[in-house]
Design a protein around this ligand. Structure first.
Ligand SMILES: *[C@@H]1O[C@H](CO)[C@@H](O)[C@H](O)[C@H]1NC(C)=O
Ligand SMILES: *[C@@H]1O[C@H](CO)[C@@H](O)[C@H](O)[C@H]1NC(C)=O
Ligand SMILES: *[C@@H]1O[C@H](CO)[C@@H](O)[C@H](O)[C@H]1NC(C)=O
Ligand SMILES: *[C@@H]1O[C@H](CO)[C@@H](O)[C@H](O)[C@H]1NC(C)=O
Ligand SMILES: *[C@@H]1O[C@H](CO)[C@@H](O)[C@H](O)[C@H]1NC(C)=O
Ligand SMILES: *[C@@H]1O[C@H](CO)[C@@H](O)[C@H](O)[C@H]1NC(C)=O
Ligand SMILES: *[C@@H]1O[C@H](CO)[C@@H](O)[C@H](O)[C@H]1NC(C)=O
Ligand SMILES: *[C@@H]1O[C@H](CO)[C@@H](O)[C@H](O)[C@H]1NC(C)=O
Ligand SMILES: *[C@@H]1O[C@H](CO)[C@@H](O)[C@H](O)[C@H]1NC(C)=O
Ligand SMILES: *[C@@H]1O[C@H](CO)[C@@H](O)[C@H](O)[C@H]1NC(C)=O
Ligand SMILES: *[C@@H]1O[C@H](CO)[C@@H](O)[C@H](O)[C@H]1NC(C)=O
Ligand SMILES: *[C@@H]1O[C@H](CO)[C@@H](O)[C@H](O)[C@H]1NC(C)=O
Length: 815
């Protein structure tokens, strides 16, 4: 029989690790219909770069690339897919209709791939969907009417695809809809006037399509509309409704190249209008003379048939950047003091383009500051008596704003070169401490409809806005370069640097990525809508894949985590100190057939058999200098195996030997425990009357909080906790025997409903590659006080409340 004194710690490890084991077994799986849907989706995708890791294990528990689930099971006891985040993965193929079975999904993000075919109408079944992000693909066909019945859909981005057909009237039902981005497709037909019933619509981008018919007058009733961008459509003969002058929230109206006719409406009552582009239409009549909002930066009315004179009310607009009236039929005189009351700070510029009109006079000789460009070529005024005085404005003028720029001002020249020799690291240009070396995250960011034409004056405000929105210090963000693209849209390459440390930790990366991909950066009026083109994780971040699981914690899973923490903490302390037993003198026998069978089984299970000599070599003949711990059960040594790995070797004490059946039961149980927070069993030795187990630590305690642990019957949880606490009794007599523990655990396991999860499925998904050598400090000798002090120290060593972060981040600390 086992001696009571023998194995206090053994009991603790058996009980507590089994608790964890059982808890993990009980963790719920992903809803089977969602697993099926994901497999069907995978089946239709072509993944040349092999980014998708969707073959093994459970989607929510085995890090399937880009599959993000609710943190714990929902009321039906299953895990559910919350987001699919697969932007910019070079995926092609099509979207399987089974996607409609992901009925709890909130974010669908396949931006910037090469997916083609129809967008499945079944997405209309996902009533929880909030963001539908499919821009930058090759989807064709028309938009399904079904999408109009998604009650929580607030953003639909399918721009830059090959959609055709018309805009569904059903979209008028989307009461939560804020952002409709369907620009750059081939959508045709009339814009449904019914869309005026969208109470929250902020951005409507339908430019670069084939829309026809008329511009709905009713749009003036959209209470929240800020940006209406319809350039490059064919509203042949339609007017710009006068009612648009009543849009109280409008910031940007862009109707370039729309085949519009009739007069320019009076827009002077729009209080904060910042950007107006009505160019390349067939507008006639005079330009309304009331002064536009003082917020206006851009007025582009070129390439129409406007007549009359240039209103004096274009002056006195303090932040005007461009007034473009070229290629019209304007007459009268050139205003020559428009800039009079403007203060040109730094990068501010004003371009006045009046080319190719019928302007005949100029009052006085204009002498604008260097920041003002006046363009008069192609007007009669350039050919008359004044021509000499104004010849500088009559020749070729550069009326372009800086269209792209590299903004790098590298401080590295004055810094030691050491940083630059590490790939992916660089000096942080803006850091308060000079020569601070860090690895950036690169973000490709595009403003889809900015409210200005000259970026330079807005660069600093944008940096401040983004740093603020991302909750970073101003110096952590750096604009690397920018470029204007078709649209006009503004493409920016941004670098984000960690604060204080040379690299970001994983939770910080996931936090930032989530702010971008979830559009959680507060909306800004002037900068308009943005899109994330890339979020590049290279070098030290290369292994970070979007698998964070957040929010949606159910009460049940909270309880599970709590117990897991308590139990797991004890486990680590005890597990490290476990595991060598030496056979008592009176217990000799030759290996039985049964024993050999067991050994074969162990080998099959991937646990290595060691001989005594190997153990002896590894520990320098079990020398005192290799000893790192001692308990009532035996001694623990630090050992170096022949393959270089550092292990903890536990040697059982003479009087604490187990029968071989129990020894192998223990081995078998231990071998099934794979968790980054637990020492894992590497091998054993059961010869020369020795029972030696070899373990190594494979992770951080903080991460014992198994974020995937699910909902458990509360009576099971109570039994777990009871058992664990019994095992920790101060008086050894009060502790249960190992047989009692096993019996109790088996009972609890029966209580938990059958599950097809295997423990390794659950646990190895967390194992982090690196082997951390067992340090002597992490090896308590098994006394209760050691265990509790170990709990304290390990808990305080974890920072942050995100259970995902602590453990994972430890793997990227620079060496
Ligand atoms: C894919 O998953 C397997 C295990 O499920 C893991 O070993 C591998 O590293 C993963 N690959 C990627 C790219 O995440
Ligand atoms: C996508 O493919 C292109 C060319 O095939 C390659 O250069 C790029 O790195 C790939 N991007 C990703 C994210 O795999
Ligand atoms: C829509 O959102 C609200 C508020 O977040 C939520 O209570 C509701 O359950 C959601 N509806 C669906 C169908 O998911
Ligand atoms: C645009 O729509 C018209 C019908 O309104 C159609 O005849 C034409 O082919 C379409 N053009 C494109 C490029 O899709
Ligand atoms: C624009 O629409 C008109 C009639 O609606 C049609 O005659 C014309 O061809 C269209 N233009 C283009 C470029 O599609
Ligand atoms: C603008 O709104 C006012 C007040 O609501 C209304 O009287 C006027 O007719 C509207 N103007 C147009 C052009 O719709
Ligand atoms: C318009 O200008 C005012 C005064 O300068 C400013 O407070 C406000 O933020 C501006 N609005 C926008 C949308 O830029
Ligand atoms: C500049 O400001 C002065 C004083 O407010 C005003 O009289 C003058 O008309 C303004 N000039 C222009 C071009 O707006
Ligand atoms: C120009 O700079 C001055 C002082 O720095 C500031 O008060 C003013 O608002 C700036 N004007 C513009 C248009 O940015
Ligand atoms: C604009 O003018 C100011 C002062 O007149 C000058 O300091 C600044 O460099 C000028 N900016 C440009 C882009 O010319
Ligand atoms: C439309 O999409 C194509 C392909 O993505 C792109 O090359 C083009 O620049 C886009 N045009 C606009 C105006 O965004
Ligand atoms: C899951 O992801 C974590 C962190 O990204 C990684 O350490 C672990 O190896 C992954 N597991 C699998 C099975 O891919």
């Amino acid at each position: 029989m086992m001696s009571q004194a023998r194995m206090f710690a053994l009991k603790v490890i058996m009980a507590t690790s089994l608790c964890c084991f059982v808890l993990s077994v009980g963790a719920q799986d992903t809803d089977p219909s969602e697993v099926g849907a994901l497999r069907a989706i995978r089946g239709r995708l072509v993944d040349p770069m092999k980014h998708l890791n969707w073959s093994k294990g459970d989607p929510c528990k085995s890090n399937w690339t880009g599959v993000l689930c609710f943190y714990g099971p929902l009321d039906d006891g299953h895990l559910h897919v919350q987001e699919i985040l697969l932007l910019n993965m070079n995926l092609s193929g099509s979207l399987a209709p089974e996607i409609g079975q992901l009925s709890y999904m909130r974010i669908l993000d396949f931006m910037w791939n090469k997916l083609s075919g129809n967008i499945p109408k079944e997405i209309g079944n996902i009533k929880s969907l909030e963001l539908m992000l499919l821009n930058g693909n090759e989807f064709s066909g028309s938009l399904p009417e079904e999408f109009g019945f998604l009650p929580n859909l607030s953003r639909i981005q399918i721009d830059s695809n090959k959609l055709s057909g018309s805009l569904p009237k059903s979209f008028a039902n989307l009461k939560e809809m804020r952002h409709i981005h369907l620009n750059n497709n081939s959508i045709s037909g009339q814009i449904p006037p019914e869309l005026h019933a969208l109470p929250k619509l902020v951005h409507l981008l339908l430019d670069n399509n084939n829309l026809s018919g008329y511009l709905p007058e009713e749009f003036s009733m959209l209470p929240a509309l800020e940006i209406l961008q319809l350039d490059n459509n064919n509203f042949s003969g339609s007017l710009i409704p006068a009612s648009y002058g009543n849009m109280s929230r409008l910031l940007k109206l862009s109707l370039r190249n729309c085949r519009l006719q009739g007069p320019v409406p009076d827009l002077s009552k729009i209080p904060e209008l910042g950007y107006l582009d009505l160019s390349w239409n067939s507008l006639t009549g005079t330009i309304p003379s009331n002064r536009l909002s003082l917020n206006i930066t851009t007025i582009i009315l070129s390439n129409n048939q406007l007549n009359g004179s240039i209103s004096r009310n274009f002056s006195g607009l303090p932040i005007l950047q461009i007034l473009s009236l070229e290629n019209n039929l304007l007459t009268g005189s050139v205003p020559s003091n428009m800039w009079q009351n403007m203060t040109f700070n730094g990068t501010q510029r004003l371009i006045l383009d009046f080319e190719n009109n019928s302007l005949t006079n100029i009052s006085g000789i204009p002498s604008p500051p260097a920041n003002v460009t006046i363009m008069l070529q192609g007007n009669p005024v350039c050919g008359n008596a004044n021509a000499l005085n104004i010849s500088q404005f009559c020749g070729f003028q550069d009326g372009e704003f800086t269209s792209h720029g590299s903004l790098t001002n590298s401080p590295s020249s004055s810094c030691p070169q050491s940083c630059l020799t590490i790939q992916f690291y660089e000096y942080v240009p803006t850091y308060p401490i000079p020569c601070f070396c860090a690895a950036p995250i690169k973000v490709g960011y595009r403003m889809k409809s900015p409210g200005f034409s000259n970026f330079l004056p807005y660069m600093e405000p944008l940096e401040r806005f983004l740093a603020n929105g991302l909750q970073l210090n101003r110096y952590q963000l750096y604009m690397d370069s920018f470029a204007w693209e078709n649209g006009p849209r503004l493409m920016l390459n941004i670098k984000l640097y960690p604060d204080n440390f040379s690299i970001f930790n994983v939770s910080e990366i996931l936090r930032i990525r989530d702010l971008f991909t979830g559009w959680h950066i507060p909306h800004n009026d002037v900068f308009g809508p943005f899109e994330l083109l890339s979020f590049t994780l290279l070098g030290p971040y290369a292994y970070v894949i979007p698998t964070s699981q957040k929010s949606g914690l159910s009460r049940g899973s909270l309880a599970g985590i709590l117990i897991g923490t308590i139990v797991g903490t004890i486990t680590l302390s005890a597990a490290v100190s476990l595991l060598i037993k030496r056979r008592g003198a009176g217990y000799r026998h030759t290996p039985s057939r049964k024993r050999l069978l067991s050994r074969v089984q162990m080998k099959v299970d991937g646990v290595k058999g060691f001989n005594y000599k190997e153990m002896s070599l590894a520990t320098n003949n079990f020398s005192d200098s290799a000893q790192v711990g001692q308990g009532g059960y035996g001694k623990v040594y630090r050992g170096n195996l022949a393959d270089g790995s550092v292990v903890a070797i536990k040697r059982a004490q003479e009087d604490s030997l187990q029968g071989s059946k129990e020894f192998f039961t223990e081995l078998e149980l231990l071998s099934r425990l794979h968790h980054r927070n637990l020492v894992s069993l590497v091998g054993y030795c059961d010869e020369a009357n020795e029972q030696v187990n070899t373990v190594r630590q494979s992770g951080m305690l903080s991460s014992i909080v198994d974020s995937r642990m699910g909902d458990y019957p509360s009576d099971c949880l109570e039994k777990f906790a009871d058992l664990a606490l019994k095992c920790c009794q101060h008086e050894s007599e009060a502790r249960p025997s190992i047989t009692e523990v096993v019996r109790e655990l088996e009972m609890i396991m029966h209580m938990i409903s059958e599950s097809d999860v295997t423990p390794s499925d659950t646990n190895t998904s967390f194992s982090s590659g690196g082997v951390t050598p067992v340090s002597s400090s992490s090896m308590p000798t098994g006394s209760a006080s050691m265990i509790s002090s170990s709990i304290t120290s390990t808990i305080t060593s974890t920072n942050g409340s995100d259970p995902l972060s602590g453990g994972v981040s430890s793997t990227i600390v620079p060496r």
